[in-house]
Ligand binder design. Structure first.
Ligand SMILES: Nc1nc2c(ncn2[C@@H]2O[C@H](COP(=O)(O)OP(=O)(O)O)[C@@H](O)[C@H]2O)c(=O)[nH]1
Ligand SMILES: [Mg+2]
Length: 277
């Protein structure tokens, strides 16, 4: 590799930058030398273990408007990864878009009938082969650019599971008041039963060591997945961390699907999975 000095010609500098850009581990090492190890750790720029891979599992139901842009944003994330999309029998043209995008780093699994987010995730988790597994909704409410921060506590071997919290200080869209009340209420109730001090149980961004998520027997087919997995990782004594994330909430006109009855179902699941694994 050519050395980089201020007197290099423009072409030499471009060549150097190209070579660095092609090799993420070289880039991480160069940044460590420039900025120092502790600054890089603080910024989440520590090199990933050699051969590391993240599995991104995306449940999709009628997300024609967002799916393409979302997948582009996931693909742009500079982490070695596999993308597993589970289409839950969409009827709005999403399937056709996915059929076109299915490829090397992106696998699409088609459910034969609509079963819900939980069932789609269960199917996706079965196919995951990465070291870690992250859940990604198929809209643009959550930002894939935040994966690096989310996986860091597990990379540092401090955690087995990480929840991204929308309520501890990142940028968020100001939207439905009663949703935030319901979210806080459900998190509070879940915490009472699990004895965890989470601030956002219902968050989409949950990261697991692959052995953890493939080792639990998940039952909820719809949005009950969130309280169920929370109860199950708590019961297993997993080390859980929370990381602040941003949130660009969408409106029902923009495609939001969660309803009041899902809040009641979450309530039921909190108690059900506290009583019985
Ligand atoms: N597989 C599946 N996914 C669903 C269903 N309903 C919603 N989703 C997906 O679950 C995710 C969350 O849905 P969303 O309406 O944004 O709810 P919220 O963000 O949790 O309030 C999105 O990716 C949806 O496409 C469903 O019936 N089946
Ligand atoms: Mg959403």
């Amino acid at each position: 590799m050519p050395t980089y000095t201020l007197t290099n010609t423009d072409q030499e500098q471009d060549l150097f930058m190209e070579q660095i850009a092609e090799a993420p581990e070289k880039r991480a090492r160069l940044l460590q030398r420039l900025l120092g190890v502790s600054v890089c750790r603080h910024l989440g720029l520590t090199p990933l273990p050699i051969g590391f891979r993240l599995s991104v599992v995306i449940p999709v139901y009628n997300e024609r408007k967002w799916i393409e842009e979302l997948l582009k944003r996931v693909q742009e994330v500079d982490i070695p990864k596999e993308i597993i999309v589970v289409d839950d029998c969409s009827t709005d043209g999403t399937r056709e878009i996915l059929g076109r995008l299915d490829g090397e780093d992106l696998r699409v699994i088609y459910q034969t009938f609509n079963q819900g987010k939980g069932a789609a995730l269960r199917e996706g988790f079965k196919h995951a082969t990465g070291d870690l597994v992250i859940v990604q909704d198929a809209d643009l409410e959550y930002d894939p650019a935040e994966y690096r921060g989310l996986i860091q506590p597990i990379i540092d071997n401090k955690a087995d599971v990480v929840f991204g919290s929308r309520f501890i200080g990142e940028t968020h869209r100001v939207l439905y008041y009663w949703h935030s009340v319901a979210n806080r209420g459900l998190t509070w109730l879940s915490n009472m039963f699990t004895n965890l001090n989470l601030t956002d149980m219902e968050t989409c961004y949950k990261v697991f060591r692959r052995e953890v998520i493939q080792g639990v027997d998940l039952k909820s087919n719809r949005f009950g997945f969130e309280p169920e997995i929370t109860a199950k990782v708590a019961r297993r004594g997993c080390r859980i961390y929370e990381v602040p994330i941003s949130y660009a909430g969408r409106t029902y006109e923009e495609g939001k699907k969660i309803r009041l009855r899902d809040a009641f179902n979450a309530l039921y699941c909190i108690i059900r999975y506290w009583l019985k694994d």
